[in-house]
Design a protein around this ligand. Sequence first.
Ligand code: CKP
Ligand code: MG
Length: 311
Amino acid sequence: AVDLLTVGESLVSLRAAGPLAVGGALTMHVAGAESNVAIGLARLGHRTAWVGRVSDDELGEYVLRQLRAEGVRVDGVTTDPERPAGLMFLERRTADLTRVRYHRAGSAGSALGVEDVRAPIAEGARVLHLTGITPALSDSAREAVTWAAETASRSGTLVCLDVNYRARLWTREEARAALTPLTTYASLVIASADELDLVDEPGAAESTVVARLAARGVDTVLVKLGADGVRAHTREGVRHVAAVPVTAVDTVGAGDAFSAGYLSGLLDGLDLDDRLRRAVTVGAFAVSSHGDWEGLPRRADLSLLDEHETG
Ligand code: CKP
Ligand code: MG
């Protein structure tokens, strides 16, 4: 069994340095929140696997090749004989203002279903990482994620859910209706402050959401505060850890890097403060470099950004 199994859609991302409407060179990358997390953990030496569907062409081959090169296991991946690769165009306007255009409706990845996740879930993993993007892709993808979460949690796998709301995929109401029931299978929920009420009632206060998640069996809620770091709610109380001060050049992928850092600390048996410190450190590497995951640290790199405070 692997340390971390993650399920989702990996996209081919075509990045422009400036406005897309002006044209110019595009660079080709693998994107996808779940595979970003798998790469982040693989860089830190953990055994990881990604499961999803890829197109049966050069683009699907490219996705698999990149993930394999990063040490992520892809042997559970299904190749879809008909559907195309999911694409994403990304234009950067400022360091933290990027605009994304998806071409993923009807893609191979969005056709994910329970059959695609059965074998990998049966093989087991210490942690199953899911995000709120996958259930937005299709009814069958939502079923697959729910089935995976339920089955894994029943067999003692720790289930982590990153809310990851995508306004271009569904409304807040649709997201809330799908994601709230998913949290009953999760031990760990990760969200930015503005995503928290997507696993509770609209406008619910942070303390209310955290209490209701705890009642559903969630033992840790990580509220990401961007440049202000993270607030962690656990059974032992609330902790705040500051972000590592760095110059941000590209914030896409920061959330996934944060998740990877936290989960790495969890797998290593670190205490809460050290897990949070690893999370903000890996996040800092992600925002300091271009690309979702290209700049993520290896273990020896972690100490490069060591001096920052907790409180
Ligand atoms: O929340 P993050 O900025 O870490 O997520 C970025 C990823 O999967 C990116 O790789 C993109 O492809 C996506 O989120 C998405 O589907 O929006
Ligand atoms: Mg995110």
